[in-house]
Design a protein around this ligand. Structure first.
Ligand SMILES: [Ca+2]
Length: 198
């Protein structure tokens, strides 16, 4: 329930940050399987204007988990079949949810396209144009923020950008509500104890 509320809060923030941009960035997250203290965030990119045909996206966090099975790069999904060999779960890796071969990608080379312990970035085209798609997953510590800077280009060559921050930390208002709830529970407990003593 709390997770659902937080997801809607981050969605609302994303909608505000890109209200006049015609691209919408939203996210959901789940605890990373087999990696305590981390969340795997899934980023959705959508547009209500025209289909997107090019993506230029930068994701940053103070710590971002990368798994490179057998030392192969994992910027895209190309090497996901290797995760089983090293006993890792694909959800433990930060990567774009595209396959350069099966999605026929044309990718801008490094340094534009790169991954590291605090980043995942790339610019690419060639995929089937879409109006809504999960474009990336990012694996970061639960207490960290995820910063995104995304430019989407529609088929008519119009550029739309969106920047923002996703965080799994409760908003101050939620924490205040939790605090009020805690005080109320204490008062009820005290009243019960008083009743028992009486
Ligand atoms: Ca990766």
């Amino acid at each position: 329930m709390i997770r659902r509320v937080l997801a809607s809060i981050t969605l609302a923030l994303a909608l505000v940050s890109s209200a006049d941009a015609a691209i919408l960035v939203s996210s959901t997250f789940q605890p990373t399987p087999g990696l305590a203290g981390y969340n795997t965030w899934t980023i959705n990119l959508a547009t209500d204007f025209d289909q997107l045909s090019t993506i230029d996206a930068k994701f940053n966090s103070p710590v971002m988990n990368q798994v490179n099975p057998l030392a192969f790069p994992t910027i895209f999904q190309d090497n996901n079949a290797l995760f089983g060999f090293v006993g890792a779960n694909v959800l433990q890796d930060s990567q774009f949810l595209f396959n350069t071969t099966t999605d026929s990608l044309l990718v801008v080379p490094a340094p534009t396209t790169s991954e590291g312990p605090a980043k995942l970035t790339s610019a690419f085209t060639g995929f089937s144009p879409f109006v809504s798609k999960n474009i990336a997953q990012l694996v970061i510590p639960t207490a960290n923020e995820l910063t995104y800077n995304i430019v989407g280009v529609t088929r008519d060559n119009t550029e739309w950008s969106a920047q923002g921050v996703f965080t799994a930390v409760p908003e101050p208002s939620s924490m205040l509500l939790a605090g009020i709830g805690g005080v109320a529970a204490l008062l009820v407990a005290r009243r019960r104890r008083a009743t028992v003593q009486a």
